[in-house]
Design a protein around this ligand. Structure first.
Ligand SMILES: [Zn+2]
Length: 127
């Protein structure tokens, strides 16, 4: 049985989905994790269905390649989205680790190691 992936015209032209997604505002991590959980369940189910479909086709000795390819395309899309979600989650995790910049009482950001505020000249309290 020959099974070749049909060419996907949008793949060649579009920017990588992960890179595109990162430039958008980052959705809350909880929402991303929920979507990932749901997608992983859908993926498991689809994989089982695909296996069942293969066995059924084997029993009938009648392979419908188009059906199999359709299912594989859907699974590949799910995987692609899962990859995006991983990227987004790792970005949001690294953002969470970044500490809030220290600020002077006047509101100006304080540079690390500076003794005086660059805006108002107030002495920086050692912390
Ligand atoms: Zn200041």
């Amino acid at each position: 049985m020959r099974m070749r992936r049909a060419p996907q015209p949008e793949e060649a032209t579009a920017a990588p989905p992960a890179a595109r997604a990162v430039r958008r505002a980052l959705p809350p991590a909880g929402q991303l994790r929920r979507e990932r959980r749901v997608l992983l369940q859908v993926r498991e189910r689809r994989l089982r269905d695909l296996g069942g479909l293969m066995v059924e086709m084997y029993r009938r000795d009648q392979f419908r390649q188009d059906l199999l390819v359709d299912r594989c395309v859907e699974l590949a899309k799910i995987d692609e989205r899962l990859g995006e979600l991983e990227t987004l989650l790792s970005v949001s995790a690294s953002r969470g680790r970044v500490r809030e910049a220290a600020r002077c009482e006047c509101g100006a950001p304080l540079f690390w190691g500076s003794k005086f505020c660059a805006q108002c000249g107030r002495a920086v309290a050692p912390t």
